[in-house]
Design a protein around this ligand. Structure first.
Ligand code: GRF
Length: 198
């Protein structure tokens, strides 16, 4: 059975595009189907791109709403979709227990650093400012902490030769785009066991 997933975005959605390509005709093809792309921001450019891919989209604006109220609304909205996984791809909201308890061990995130070394936003800036020769991309399950959940996989990014922050981001994103699908392939196929990441 293909896993039913929702991809959550807040912005441009380049990871979402990489996933959609691999779901349409790549390593995720027989493993999952996208029920919807969801955004908390109506202006997220990724929403239009998802439409162009023929994927249903939905948006509930989070701005001005209390976190728990917003998340309960999202949980209620998603109920009928019977999702197996929520895939965060540049979803710029910290999730509260309201959402996490509804989807325990079913929410996956990509974080552009080694989560043991750097957590939170600004990971590429951190790597650049600290003149890192290497950084890592982490794909992990989401728990109540910020980038603290069980790790599915980490991938090294070689930053030697990057002279600007833009170059760091470009090299890092290229790795993210390939690695996220590979990490999800391992989860959806049953190859990955949760105990590995604890
Ligand atoms: C990526 O760097 C991702 O790792 C982080 O937010 C960024 C989203 O970029 N969580 P995009 O919207 O996928 O292009």
């Amino acid at each position: 059975m293909k896993k039913k997933i929702a991809i959550f975005i807040s912005g441009r959605g380049s990871n979402m595009v990489a996933l959609l390509k691999n779901i349409q005709d790549g390593i995720l093809k027989d493993l999952c189907q996208v029920e919807l792309v969801f955004s908390n921001k109506p202006e997220a450019p990724g929403l239009k791109i998802a439409n162009d891919y023929g994927v249903p989209t939905a948006c509930i604006e989070s701005k001005g709403m209390k976190r728990e109220v917003f998340e309960q609304e999202v949980v209620d909205f998603l109920e009928d979709y019977n999702l197996d996984y929520i895939i965060l791809a540049g979803y710029m909201r910290i999730l509260s227990p309201v959402f996490i308890s509804a989807y325990r061990n079913k929410i996956i995130n990509i974080h552009p650093a080694d989560s043991a070394e750097f957590r939170g936003v600004g990971a590429y800036e951190w790597a650049f400012e600290n003149k890192k020769d290497f950084t890592k991309i982490t794909v992990h399950f989401v728990d109540e902490g910020v980038d603290t959940g069980p790790v599915i996989g980490k991938q090294v990014v070689d930053l030697r030769g990057c002279k600007t922050l833009e170059e760091v981001e470009k090299v890092g994103l290229a790795t993210e785009h390939a690695f996220y699908s590979e990490a999800l392939r391992r989860v959806f196929s049953g190859e990955y066991k949760m105990e590995e990441g604890r």
